[in-house]
Design a binder for this molecule. Structure first.
Ligand code: RTP
Length: 148
C-alpha cells in the first residue's frame, strides 16, 4: 500500500475540472486520503520543484503555480505513485496518450493541468510540504497509519 501526492494545477482549477480528475482517480481504484484547495506562495512552489531550479523554465513554472488556487490531494492504493503517473500521462501533453488526464485535458507542457509525485520518496516529501497532518490510511483499504 502506498500514497502519492497529486495536485490539480491552477489551469485545472480555473477550467473547473477538479471533479473530472477526482473521478478518474476514483474510477481507477484509488482512495482519497486528503484534499484541500489552497494557494501556493513562491517559496512553496520553489521548494516543491527544487530539482528543476536550474532549468530555463523554472521562473515561468513558479509563476504558473502561484497564478491561482491549486487542489492538493493525497491518494492511496497499491503502487499509487506509478499508477498515478500512468493515469496522468506524459509530461508534454503532445506526447500524452488519449485516455490519460494530460492526453485528454491539456495542450501545452507549460500548463499541463496536474502534478503527480515521481517516486515514493518524492511523495513523502511533497505530502510533508503540503499537508501538516495526514489522515490515517483509508480504513476501507484495511490499513491504518503506523501499521507495518
Ligand atoms: P510534474 O512534476 O508537474 O508532475 O511533471 P513531470 O514530473 O511530469 O515533469 P517534470 O520534468 O518534473 O516537470 C515539472 C513541470 O515543469 C513544467 N515544464 N515546463 N516549459 C517547459 O519546457 C517545461 N517543461 C516542464 C511542467 O508543468 C511540468 O509538469
Amino acid at each position: 500500500m502506498e500514497r502519492t501526492f497529486v495536485m490539480v494545477k491552477p489551469d485545472g482549477v480555473q477550467r473547473g475540472v477538479i471533479g473530472s480528475i477526482i473521478n478518474r482517480f476514483e474510477q481507477k481504484g484509488f482512495k482519497l486520503n486528503a484534499i484541500k484547495l489552497m494557494s501556493i506562495d513562491h517559496a512553496l512552489a520553489e521548494e516543491h520543484y527544487r530539482d528543476l531550479r536550474m532549468k530555463p523554465f523554472f521562473g515561468e513554472l513558479v509563476d504558473y503555480l502561484t497564478s491561482g488556487s491549486v487542489c492538493a490531494m493525497i491518494w492511496e492504493g497499491p503502487n499509487a505513485v506509478a499508477n498515478a503517473r500512468a493515469l496522468i500521462g506524459k509530461t508534454n501533453p503532445v506526447e500524452a496518450s488519449p485516455g490519460t488526464i494530460r492526453g485528454d485535458y491539456a495542450m501545452d507542457v507549460a500548463s499541463n493541468i496536474v502534478h503527480g509525485s515521481d517516486s515514493p520518496e518524492s511523495a513523502r516529501r511533497e505530502i510533508g510540504l503540503f499537508f501538516d497532518q495526514e489522515l490515517p490510511m483509508n480504513p476501507i483499504m484495511g490499513f491504518m497509519q503506523g501499521e507495518p
